[in-house]
Design a protein around this ligand. Sequence first.
Ligand code: CO
Length: 134
Amino acid sequence: MIGRLNHVAIAVRDIEKATAIYRDTLGARVSAPAPLPEHGVTTVFVELPNTKIELLQPLGEDSPIAKFLERSPEGGVHHVCYEVEDILAARDRLVAGGARVLGDGEPKIGAHGKPVLFLHPKDFCGTLVEIEEV
Ligand code: CO
């Protein structure tokens, strides 16, 4: 059901510092920072030949990644994003199999302007999983 790895998201405290590590130390192409107030994060995308890295910095008061950074002050891998062809069909299949979808279960428009859903880490090997319709 799942297709390509769309991105790996890394939560960071200081997105400028993190961007410099990817751009200058690792020599990757990076996007400009994009504030996404409706998601409570600022993102930078690092373009790799086969996938992307999504750097996430908290934005606003109750950012969904604030707690993560309290537990992991150095930052760390926050979620992985897999592509699906039909997000509602994927959701229904996952829910029928007992998986938990976070939030109200309805897809939201993610950082790429495409519908996304997040799946409970306890159902997926301790890893927060995002699925994105492409
Ligand atoms: Co993501």
